[in-house]
Design a protein around this ligand. Structure first.
Ligand SMILES: CCCCC/C=C\C/C=C\C/C=C\C=C\C(=O)SCCNC(=O)CCNC(=O)[C@H](O)C(C)(C)COP(=O)(O)OP(=O)(O)OC[C@H]1O[C@@H](n2cnc3c(N)ncnc32)[C@H](O)[C@@H]1OP(=O)(O)O
Ligand code: FAD
Length: 647
């Protein structure tokens, strides 16, 4: 199936754009009569719960959960991600229920535990979240303080939060919504530490929703975005749970307290890999949404003249506007392409691990880290660029660009803070370099590091640019290894040498990620294009070309350092880029229309399909409660006395 065909026909579209009679989005009760911006913090949450219940009831009615279809497949279809944008401008309070609670049970539970708990969770009989981060620790998982002490006399675990910093802090839905959660805690048996393990813990009474004895719960307060996710805190006071609540797919604790280690202690971190993989596709959706809004608005908005003798032009005719926005279209396609590729890598490695083969887990971890970072970093920046490209109207909540920015930028932090994850990938690259230098084979995505051939003459082609990015990455990795080796030879500890080289390591890791993304985007489009019509194939290749040239120009410094690119090559690249902007401009609106995001999903005064921007902006303005009366009471209460010198 061709790439754009995939875009238009992927499963979520069949759900979202299904015939009217069972079209979730045709249920207008899902939408707000009063824009949620005018609700209080508490009302926003309560309204979100109202819509959540409606939304899930419709999802259960319309979506065909094939018995045995895993949540991974359903989530991959992405419809929840897109349709939820229609109902919630921010994520719903149950984002973590589907996004991590269910995947954690699926990935960490025994078959019996999955059979019991997945059924209840997918039927929404219980609602859960994933509680790992604490007030004092998010990145450094080994430093988490919540303990789970096994008591063989009662065959129970005693969960305890020994300090304020050990309070679980951030989990979505934890404040007032969920009644269960997967808690990551340090396991102790007879005083011996057995690492971080996952525990399925009931937090609230299923009938009264009251917190159970020994469980302290609340929400963490107002945030930059995700205002309806109900992120909360959780503390345990020597809270006891049965032995069978430890999710024991990987490691087990027997009745007598014997600890049976799993094949790798890192398997407990598996849910994070899964979510990082999912996030890449989520970013592609956010980028498609913002690009659709900004490109359509740029086709409607007329401002100033290119020639004094002509009428005001569409702002999309300004080449600077094309420079701002056309890369956004290409970026969405690049990340949706890479997301599918990464998902196939993920499912392949998971399959191998089921049969005990762990060999490819480190490469998957490195890929998941680097693609999660680059997709969230790029999309956050480009969504903000879309907002700025819409001028004042982009600053309105009704444009839905500020909310979209909030959703994107949050992902730079959650599921592994971006710097930290790039350092994880750097760790893998340095190890690969050291391995390759001893003549050992490297993983497919890192094999290029050992290309010791002389730097070839630069070519302003896709092959040339992709090869150039690989040279940059390999050169940066080599420089890092040399610097670390030099510092160690001078008596610096490896850890200090690593830290002193970490700025370069992060850059090397990003360069590697870009090399992987360019190569994957290019090869996946070439493969898909064969099944597409020539015009469609041509425009997709133009987008791949634009994407590669854009990033070559963005990373000129690195290319000048590590390749043979010369001044005249750069001049030619710049011209290629401007020619591509001109070629793609006529298809810009058609390309964002091909994302096929309905008005309800865009939720935007600027991006609606009919282009009635000004009428929609005015309609939304009049919904402000302040416009209900010509004179607000504060005039009589404060302004009038003040202006008459009486206050
Ligand atoms: C727009 C998006 C829409 C889609 C959204 C979809 C769903 C929504 C769901 C979630 C989003 C909302 C909420 C967010 C939830 C969360 O944030 S959950 C909490 C997430 N927290 C983290 O990610 C913590 C980050 N920190 C870490 O992962 C580790 O602490 C770190 C890897 C940074 C360091 O760990 P440390 O123990 O210090 O390990 P080392 O650096 O020493 O490495 C040890 C070895 O282990 C390997 N390894 C590390 N992590 C993993 C892993 N996850 N899987 C496999 N292997 C791993 C590492 O490579 C080392 O191996 P070697 O020793 O080199 O061989
Ligand atoms: C919107 C949102 C939703 C979230 N939802 C959940 C959830 O549902 N469940 C959950 O468990 N968690 C959740 N989190 C928490 C999230 O996982 C953590 O915020 C994240 O892992 C970062 O940890 P931290 O906040 O402690 O930041 P820190 O780790 O304290 O990072 C602060 C700074 O220190 C730097 N730093 C830290 N360690 C290193 C290092 N080794 N090397 C170099 N620099 C370093 C970082 O780069 C960063 O600049 C959520 C967070 C957000 C923002």
């Amino acid at each position: 199936m061709g790439l754009v065909d995939q875009l238009v026909n992927q499963p979520h579209y069949t759900l979202v754009n299904q015939p009217r009679e069972n079209d979730i989005l045709s249920h207008k009760e899902l939408f707000d009569s009063i824009p949620e911006e005018y609700l209080s913090h508490k009302e926003k949450y309560e309204n979100a719960i109202r819509k959540t219940v409606l939304y899930y009831r419709l999802m259960q009615k319309y979506q065909n959960y094939k018995e045995g279809s895993t949540i991974l497949d359903e989530t991959r279809a992405n419809y929840r991600n897109l349709v939820s944008f229609a109902v919630f401008k921010d994520y719903p309070p149950l984002m973590l229920h589907n996004g991590m609670f269910i995947p954690a049970i699926a990935g960490q539970g025994t078959p019996e535990q999955q059979k019991h708990w997945l059924k209840r969770a997918k039927n929404m009989e219980i609602l859960g979240t994933y509680a790992q981060t604490e007030l004092g620790h998010g990145t450094f998982i080994r430093g988490l303080e919540t303990t789970a002490e096994y008591d063989p006399s009662t065959e129970e675990f005693v969960l305890h939060s020994p300090t304020l910093t050990s309070y679980k802090w951030w989990p979505g839905g934890l404040g007032h919504t969920v009644n269960y959660c997967v808690v990551m805690a340090q396991l102790y048996i007879r005083g011996r530490h057995h690492g971080m393990q996952p525990f399925l813990v009931q937090l609230r009474d299923e009938a009264t929703h009251m917190p159970l004895p020994g469980v302290k719960l609340g929400e963490i307060g107002a945030k930059l975005g995700l205002s309806t996710v109900n992120n909360g805190f959780l503390a345990f006071e020597h809270h006891r749970i049965p032995r069978d609540r430890m999710l024991m797919k990987n490691a087990q604790v027997l009745k007598d307290g014997t600890f049976v280690a799993g094949p790798s202690s890192k398997l407990a971190y598996g849910t994070m890999i899964y979510v990082r993989v999912i996030i890449v596709n989520g970013m592609a959706n956010l980028m498609a949404k913002a690009a659709t809004i900004a490109v359509r608005y740029s086709a409607v908005r007329r401002q100033s003249q290119i020639k004094p003798s002509e009428p005001e032009c569409q702002i999309l005719d300004y080449v600077t506007q094309q420079h701002k926005l056309l890369i956004c279209i290409a970026t969405s396609l690049a990340f949706s392409t890479c997301a599918r590729w990464l998902w196939d890598v993920y499912t392949g490695v998971m399959g191998q691990m089921e049969s005990g083969n762990m060999d490819h887990l480190p490469e998957l971890h490195a890929l998941a880290c680097s693609l999660k970072v680059v997709s969230t970093m790029d999309v956050s920046g480009l969504v903000e660029r879309c907002r700025l490209a819409c001028g004042g109207h982009g600053f309105m909540h009704s444009s839905n660009l500020p909310y979209t920015y909030g959703l994107a930028t949050a992902a730079c932090t959650y599921e592994g803070e971006n710097t930290v994850l790039l350092l994880q990938t750097a760790r893998s690259l340095v190890k690969a370099w050291q391995k390759g230098s001893k003549g050992k084979p490297l993983s497919p995505t890192e094999a290029y590091l050992m290309d010791k051939s002389p730097v070839p003459k630069w070519e302003n082609t896709l092959d040339g640019i992709i090869a150039g990015f690989r040279r940059v990455s390999a050169g940066k990795v080599q420089d890092c290894v040399s610097k670390i080796d030099k510092l160690v030879k001078m008596g610096t500890s490896y850890e200090d040498a690593w830290n002193q080289t970490s700025v370069r390591l992060v850059a090397a890791s990003e360069a590697h990620s870009r090399a992987v993304i360019l190569a994957t985007f290019r090869s996946e489009v070439s493969r898909a294009a064969a099944a597409l019509s020539p015009p469609l194939s041509r425009v997709l290749h133009q987008l791949v070309h634009l994407y590669c040239v854009y990033w070559a120009l963005e990373r000129l410094g690195d290319l000048l350092l590590y390749t043979s690119i010369a001044e005249r090559d750069v001049q030619e690249l710049q011209q290629q880029y401007e020619d591509l902007l001109q070629k793609i401009r006529p298809n810009a609106v058609g390309l964002v229309d091909a994302f096929d995001l309905r008005d309800e999903i865009l939720n935007s005064t600027l991006g609606a399909y009919d282009g009635r921007v000004y009428e929609r902006l005015m309609e939304e303005a009049l919904k402000s409660p302040l416009n209900a009366e010509p004179v607000n009471q504060s005039f009589h209460q404060y302004l009038k006395p003040f202006m008459h010198g009486k206050l």
